[in-house]
Design a protein around this ligand. Structure first.
Ligand code: SME
Length: 166
C-alpha cells in the first residue's frame, strides 16, 4: 500500500487540500465523536508541524477535553480564563502563540511544546468549543493556515454542538 505523502502547509494549495480532506471526513463519517476524532488524526498526520491536535468542548464555564490525537494531557478540564485555551474561550478570539515561553498565562502539557494555536468554535454568538493545536517547533504558524483552521472550525461547529448534547 502506498503511504500517504505529508502535505506541507507553506503553499496555499496544500491548505486547500487539508480543508478538502476535512470536508471528505465529515461527508464519510456522520457520527460526531468519530468524525472529530478522524479530523484530529488527519490534521496531525498531514501537517508536519502539528504534534497534538484536539477539541475542547464547553461545559458551563469550563472546557472539557474531547477527541484528540497526540500524547495524553493532564489538562482535561480548563476554566474560562485559564491558559491559552481558557483565554481564547473567554475572549472569543483566536490565540496564535508562536513561542509559549513568552506567554505567562499558559498551561504546559510537555516541555517539547514550543508553540500553540487555539481557535474558538462558535455556534451563533456562543463559544461551544475550541480547536487546539500544539507544535514542537517555534513560530511555525502562518496567516493562510490560521484562516484555513478558522474555516475548519466553521464546518465542524455542528458536530461539536451535537457532541455537547451527548
Ligand atoms: N496549553 C494549553 C493547555 C491545553 S494543552 O495544550 C493540550 C493552554 O495553555 O491552555
Amino acid at each position: 500500500m502506498r503511504s500517504p505523502k505529508k502535505l506541507i502547509l507553506s503553499r496555499t494549495c496544500h491548505g486547500m487540500d487539508i480543508l478538502k480532506g476535512v470536508e471528505e471526513i465529515l461527508e464519510r463519517e456522520k457520527e460526531s465523536e468519530r468524525s472529530l476524532q478522524m479530523v484530529c488524526e488527519f490534521l496531525r498526520e498531514n501537517v508536519e508541524h502539528y504534534d497534538w491536535v484536539g477539541f475542547y468542548i464547553v461545559d458551563g464555564d469550563e472546557l472539557v477535553l474531547g477527541p484528540y490525537s497526540g500524547a495524553p494531557t493532564e489538562h482535561v478540564r480548563i476554566g474560562f480564563g485559564e491558559g491559552i485555551c481558557g483565554q481564547a474561550a473567554e475572549r472569543k478570539d483566536v490565540f496564535v502563540v508562536q513561542d509559549v515561553s513568552k506567554e505567562e498565562n499558559y498551561l504546559s502539557c510537555s516541555p517539547d511544546v514550543k508553540s500553540e494555536v487555539v481557535i474558538p468554535i462558535l455556534y451563533g454568538n456562543a463559544v461551544i468549543g475550541e480547536l487546539d493545536i500544539d507544535s514542537h517547533r517555534l513560530s511555525p504558524f502562518n496567516h493562510g493556515e490560521i484562516h484555513m483552521l478558522e474555516n475548519i472550525c466553521d464546518i465542524v461547529s455542528e458536530r461539536v454542538r451535537e457532541l455537547r448534547h451527548v
